[in-house]
Design a protein around this ligand. Structure first.
Ligand SMILES: [Zn+2]
Length: 436
């Protein structure tokens, strides 16, 4: 298990984890998800059909190459994610991919996580390729003395990390060796804990709903009350943190299963499992308290009493690992991504070459309005080109013929719905930009 001492489990959320399910949770586990992929909805197949990503042995197994179309999807998610984080009181940070061994000694990773870390030596000095972002965020926090007045401080990073996983366990985008977490660390006072957890659950729900995930259930991992000596952090902090997590889940009316003894030694946590269209369950969000790293790094603030207090630290990844999240999303939607995420939002199809100039005018107008438009002037029949656009799962098609050119309109088709009528470019843009 990763989590013996300072590796939070949320950092392993990119894996297909054959976790044992608590009694009350649904019968399907992620292990079953892996064993029985829906063949037509397998993200590896869709990813190839839509030219989103590839993985090859020359680069290295478990290392993903994102193609132009896949990169658009990633960037769309990142842009949305960053904007929402700024609105929600986070500050964005950016940290290096490697750091001196010294840092990982202090954090404890070097002792307990070494077999999963990539290391290198230069000029006699040892470096570690980061398996997680937390120590960096702590270092930013510690660049100056902090007062309670500044808290909570919330650092968020779309942080790419590398962890060695046995090659036999790798699986498409679900389990990889290099991945990007939608990571953040919150530093706050004990008085702020409850409010922070409420905010976190609201924020999580907001983000997940944007991607069409509306059903989930949570696992609340608490400590084993019969063995308090196994855990780090004061009785007071554990009680406070566990109560904050449970209260927030109850308030949001999120169904959850509490599993005493499931918490790692340094703090309780919530894992939120989402249910996809095939009713499969995927671990996604993790909100994890950490009473260990603030001690190891002496992460403090000056409180109202004028004295130094240890900050409460919360790790959280809401989407988890982006690679894995995209695999889930691709399988959930079978590649039919909503218009805001689709690499190509609309393809323009002139009925014949006579209408190519008009089609190009429409195409340019859409590009000027930040619509990801594609112009298909190939000489194949219109029905063939429509089928092609359907296969590529492009959300909209704009067909341009004589009638459309004369009225300065287009005939629109929507993926999966067929013809949705003639309209102006402005109306088409409105449709494309409609929230999902
Ligand atoms: Zn962390």
């Amino acid at each position: 298990m990763l989590a013996k001492w300072g590796i939070t489990k949320h950092h392993s959320k990119h894996v297909l984890k054959p976790r044992e399910h608590p009694k009350n949770s649904p019968n399907f586990s992620e292990k079953n998800n892996k064993e029985k992929p829906l063949s037509t909805a397998d993200h590896r197949i869709i990813g190839q059909q839509l030219d989103l990503f590839s993985i090859n042995e020359q680069v290295g197994v478990g290392l993903v190459l994102w193609h132009p179309k896949g990169t658009i999807i990633r960037n769309q998610i990142r842009d949305f994610w960053e904007k929402e984080h700024l609105k929600n009181g986070y500050q964005l940070v950016c940290t290096p991919h490697i750091a001196r061994e010294e840092l990982w000694k202090t954090s404890g990773h070097l002792n307990y996580y070494k077999q999963n870390m990539y290391t290198l030596t230069k000029d006699g000095e040892n470096y570690v390729v980061k398996p997680m972002n937390c120590p960096f965020h702590i270092q930013i926090y510690k660049t100056k003395p902090r007062s309670y007045k500044e808290l909570p401080i919330r650092y968020a990073e779309w942080g790419t990390v590398y962890r060695y996983e046995r090659s036999g366990t790798l699986h498409g985008l679900m389990r990889v060796r290099g991945f990007t977490q939608d990571d953040a660390h919150i530093f706050c006072t004990t008085q702020q804990v409850q409010n922070e957890i409420h905010k976190l659950l609201d924020f999580t729900e907001h983000l997940l709903q944007k991607f069409g995930f509306k059903k989930y259930h949570a696992i609340l991992s608490t400590r084993d009350p019969t063995h308090p000596e196994k855990y780090m952090g004061s009785e007071h902090k554990w009680k406070l943190a566990q109560k904050a997590l449970a209260t927030a889940l109850n308030k949001k009316q999120i169904a959850y299963t509490e599993v005493p003894g499931e918490a790692v030694f340094y703090g309780p946590k919530i894992d939120l499992n989402i249910l996809d269209a095939a009713n499969r369950e995927w671990q996604c969000t993790t909100i994890q308290f950490d009473f260990n790293l603030p001690k190891r790094f002496n992460t403090r603030y000056v409180a109202t009493d004028g004295k130094q207090h240890e900050a409460v630290m919360i790790h959280r990844a809401l989407l988890g690992a982006i690679e894995r999240f995209l695999a889930i999303l691709i399988e959930h939607t079978r590649g039919n991504l909503p218009a805001w995420l689709a690499p190509t939002q609309v393809t323009i199809l002139p009925i014949s070459t006579d209408y190519a100039p008009y089609a190009e005018k429409i195409h340019n107008e859409l590009l000027a309005n930040n619509i990801r438009s594609e112009l298909d002037t190939s000489t194949a029949t219109i029905s063939y080109r429509i089928r092609q656009a359907e296969t590529q799962k492009i959300p909209y098609m704009a067909i341009c013929g004589k009638r459309e050119a004369e009225t300065n309109k287009i005939s629109a088709r929507k993926h999966g719905a067929g013809n949705i009528g003639t309209m102006t470019v402005k109306e088409l843009i409105q449709k494309i930009n409609e929230p999902p």
